[in-house]
Design a protein around this ligand. Structure first.
Ligand code: PLP
Length: 383
């Protein structure tokens, strides 16, 4: 007898996981596949979490999270001109928890949900879980991998309810500027849509300033901001993220969280509060990533047959491999088999990712160098 519900039957392991599983069986692997900072969480944050435990923060917290953290999240948003307070904020198990609760609370069966192509994969499973239909909106390197209103207008349907925006973007590293967001906001208002604005990479900006769509007139009431401590403070394993949204949506998400996970780990919430109060703790990590990016760009530009989209944010580089004549899957699997090096095929992120592979430079420079040497050898052997 098959005990698996039809609701989850169509949800599968992503290609990224499949590649990691394959890499497990190989020796001396260099992985450019890992979408998380390689540094440990800053020691002071770990200490704040430990102290919380020692002081008895070992109990359930309020379902929406501890009030001090919700207030700190709201205060940070207000600094970015988003007019909210604690009742607009919920603390969730990572950004993924915020996304899951947002989608469960707002998408009905049969609704269309627009996502950028290429896209971070986990949106798709969550949309399918609620019976929604992901609608891929193509983006191209020539347009800086940005969503354009022209494409959005082509793909919007009477059933479209939600648009998911991710900036800085995984996997491309593109960033939407204020003028881009203004145009998208006009489109969203014209079609009366809701937006999930996933900004989990907002600390990883290579130039300019992170802009939020919620600051634009008439958008705060139709935007759910999703953010997380995972990437910005190297805290992936703590599982703390949050959503900022209109009060009615947060109230529903809170009731849903009560029924699903109760609350986020108490000590992790105190660690996250400490992180938010000490943003300078990010600095060493961000400086290291800036150095790595420059290193990667200068090395990659000397490898024949490859070019890359110059990223404006995130810790990914989307490498254009079309001139090798291989599909992205062939490129990635052959590279793994021959050189024990992991990159993620762009096709795993959607049809528009074909012709690219994603490289995460979440490794120390010595390892990056070794990995790039292997890629160079691999490409030269193709010539
Ligand atoms: N959103 C994007 C675009 C991501 O890449 C990730 C993680 O890789 C997340 C959300 C969720 O991160 P977390 O649940 O660790 O906060």
């Amino acid at each position: 007898m098959d005990y698996i519900s039809s609701r989850v039957a169509g949800i599968h392991q992503g290609e990224i996981r499949a590649l990691f599983d394959k890499a497990q069986g190989l020796s001396n692997v260099i992985s450019f596949g890992i979408g998380e900072p390689d540094m440990d969480s800053p020691a002071e944050i770990v200490e704040a979490g430990s102290q919380a435990l020692a002081q008895g923060m070992t109990h359930y917290t309020a379902n929406a999270g501890i009030m001090e953290l919700r207030e700190a999240i709201a205060a940070k948003a207000r600094q970015s001109r988003i007019p909210v307070d604690a009742k607009n904020c919920i603390v969730t198990p990572g950004g993924m928890g915020a996304l899951a609760l947002s989608i469960l609370c707002t998408v009905n069966e049969g609704d269309d949900v627009m996502v950028q192509d290429p896209t971070w994969l986990n949106y798709l499973g969550q949309i399918k879980l609620v019976g929604g239909k992901p609608v891929f909106v193509p983006t191209y390197e020539d347009d800086g991998f940005k969503l354009t209103v022209e494409q959005l207008e082509t793909y919007v349907t009477p059933k479209t309810r939600l648009l998911i925006i991710n900036t800085p973007n995984n996997p491309t590293g593109s960033v939407l500027e204020y003028k881009d967001l203004m145009e998208i906001a006009n489109f969203v208002k014209r079609h009366n849509l809701l937006v999930i604005f996933d900004e989990v990479y907002d600390s990883f900006l290579h130039r300019g300033k992170h802009e939020s769509i919620a600051t634009i007139d008439g958008m705060a009431e139709r935007t759910i901001i999703v953010n997380s401590f995972s990437k910005s403070f190297a805290m992936t394993g703590w599982r703390v993220g949050y959503a900022i949204a209109p009060e009615a949506i947060i109230a529903k998400m809170t009731v849903l969280q009560e029924n699903m996970f109760s609350c986020v780990n108490a000590s992790a919430q105190y660690a996250a509060l400490y992180a938010l109060q000490h943003p300078f703790l990010q600095r060493p990590m961000l400086e290291e990533y800036a150095k790595r990016l420059e290193f990667m760009k200068s090395e990659l530009s000397t490898i024949p047959k490859l070019s890359f989209f110059n990223p404006s944010g995130s810790f990914y580089i989307f490498l254009n491999i079309t001139r090798t004549g291989l599909t992205s899957s062939e490129f990635a699997y052959n590279l793994l088999n021959k050189k024990h090096t992991v990159v993620i095929p762009g096709s795993a992120f959607g049809a528009c990712g074909e012709g690219y592979v994603r490289i995460a430079y979440t490794l120390p420079i010595t390892k990056l160098q070794e990995g790039l040497n292997r890629i160079r050898e691999y490409v030269e052997e193709l010539l």
